[in-house]
Design a protein. Structure first.
Length: 310
């Protein structure tokens, strides 16, 4: 009785740690200015990311250092940090929380599988543990990929209206930095993701960074082709002194056209996507409802017709 009790206690502690880590990863911050400053510090330390990770203070830094000394751990941490940035999670503890959550999920998956396979043969145990390791390793990464796609989709949907408003604000005579800051303030509640990206670019420029480099980092953070085109347009307009407001209006119209085409494509794919649920779930139930009563009636009549003679 001691071993099962100890196992369930450890499993409960791991689940509690995973829930706390997930809450810390996704909870809203009450200090947006502090978060923006942390982002600027993270971007200022981007050059040091290529250097070997050093052991620091705190549980998170020590855990990251332990992961980095494992074979392939440093590369995995860099890739994960980049994906977390592309998902909009750029506070300093995001990587530590995600790495701890990933390790805890992998450990609990393996532990549960070992407990379930305790009475089986060795080949079955090996297959179960291998499947648990595969699931525990891939599932958190797939969740992170989905978060990256969702963040990019939100930026993509917000881009046409934001670019249109940026062109209108520039037409009033404001400078580019002031216009982007004004647009980010106006779009903060409607499109908070793109508003935060614009605010980060403005803060980087005000901190002394070149505008071209700030926009390059914006493209690297988001990974969206339309934002890359927008950044190139703004940088070239500033370099050659051309009118930016009119170009932004034309570009906003082209973005709306692309958004409409994407919506039409999604509607066209909906019929094909609905084919498989209809064939697998709706048609069998329909056949049962329509054919089974008739078949039962026919079988009942045949049973009465071939019954014993009176």
């Amino acid at each position: 009785m001691l071993i099962p009790a100890l196992f369930f206690t450890l499993m409960f502690i791991t689940l509690a740690a995973m829930l706390w880590s997930g809450f810390e990863l996704i909870r809203d911050r009450e200090d947006p200015l502090g978060e923006r400053l942390k982002e600027l510090q993270a971007h200022a330390m981007a050059r040091a990311a290529a250097a070997p990770r050093r052991q620091g203070r705190g549980f998170g830094n020590r855990f990251l250092y332990f992961v980095s000394i494992l074979p392939g751990g440093e590369g995995w941490l860099r890739d994960t940090e980049r994906e977390l940035a592309q998902a909009g999670m750029r506070h300093r503890q995001a990587l530590a929380v995600y790495a701890f959550f990933h390790a805890a999920f992998l450990a609990i998956a393996v532990g549960v599988m070992i407990y379930l396979q305790r009475n089986n043969e060795l080949p079955q145990k090996f297959a179960g543990v291998a499947s648990a390791v595969l699931l525990g390793w891939l599932l958190p990464q797939q969740v992170l990929h989905r978060l990256v796609k969702r963040y990019r989709r939100k930026l993509q949907e917000a881009l046409p209206d934001t670019v249109d408003m940026l062109g209108i604000v520039l037409g009033t005579g404001l400078a580019l930095d002031q216009a982007m800051l004004r647009v980010s303030e106006e779009m903060e509640f409607l499109y908070p993701e793109l508003a935060a990206e614009f605010s980060t670019v403005v803060m980087q420029v005000r901190a002394g960074q070149e505008r071209a480099k700030a926009f390059q980092q914006l493209v690297r953070r988001t990974g969206i082709e339309d934002i890359k085109s927008l950044s190139a347009m703004i940088v070239q307009s500033e370099r050659f002194g051309t009118s930016l407001s009119q170009a932004l209006k034309v570009y906003a119209e082209s973005l709306r056209t692309r958004r409409r085409l994407r919506a039409e494509t999604a509607v066209a794919k909906a019929g094909i996507k609905m084919l498989f649920p209809i064939v697998l779930f709706i048609l069998p139930a329909l056949f049962v409802i329509t054919l089974v009563p008739g078949m039962l009636s026919v079988l009942h009549d045949l049973r009465q017709g071939f019954g014993p003679p009176r």
